[in-house]
Design a protein around this ligand. Sequence first.
Ligand code: FE2
Length: 259
Amino acid sequence: MLPFADTHVHLLPGRDDGPLTVDEALAMCRLLVAEGVRHAAALAHQNPSYPTNDAAALRTAVADLQPLLAARQIPLQLYPSGEIMLGPDFIDQWKAGRWLTLGDAGHALLVEMPHGQFLDLLPLADYFRPLGIRLVVAHAERYPELLFDPGLAQRWIAAGCLLQVSTSALAEPWDHTTEQALKDWAVGGFIHLLGSDGHGIDRRRPLFRQGYQQLVRWVGRAAAERIAVLWGGAILQGLPIHVPLPRPPRRTWFHRLFG
Ligand SMILES: [Fe+2]
């Protein structure tokens, strides 16, 4: 079985809107393993709603959870991470050591837009690139401004950004238009990482395999493995990832209408 890497899953009990208890977090970990996941970004929101979720607190939460997995023989490696909301004081908070990088590896920040807003990431990407840090756009499919503007997505990727897509969106797209846009992203090389964005065991479950299988149907096994296994595992471990510049598929009027 392939060791999938889930680069976005809320696993830290009581730290955000993810699992409420240790038992729920453990049940989520068991489900991830059943889905084929062996590496997981164990994260919580870092935003004004959860002011105590600084980097140190999230590191401690993961350090508390990992031994419980070992004791129960749940073969899942956790990587402490934060899902960080963009805001005007983003760089100040970074300088203050508040943000936790993906896998605590110091090479990537998983960022999401403030509620109801869409910001240009280029200035921030330009700030972090000389520091050897890339921005990873969490659940990138949620932003129509990005999903339906391949030129913008290309510019962000050229600036070093990576796009993370939710497995649930691949497995069960909201509508045909979104499905077609996601397929275009997949075929054009715009999808770099997968995340379940799991939050619990009874709601927003951490499902992974179905989304991966959709990717296999669209781009073939080798490309899907590169995303779900290789790049995902590498980003969590702080290893370099070289992604090719994406190519938006040329779509004829026939495909636009009937594709
Ligand atoms: Fe999330």
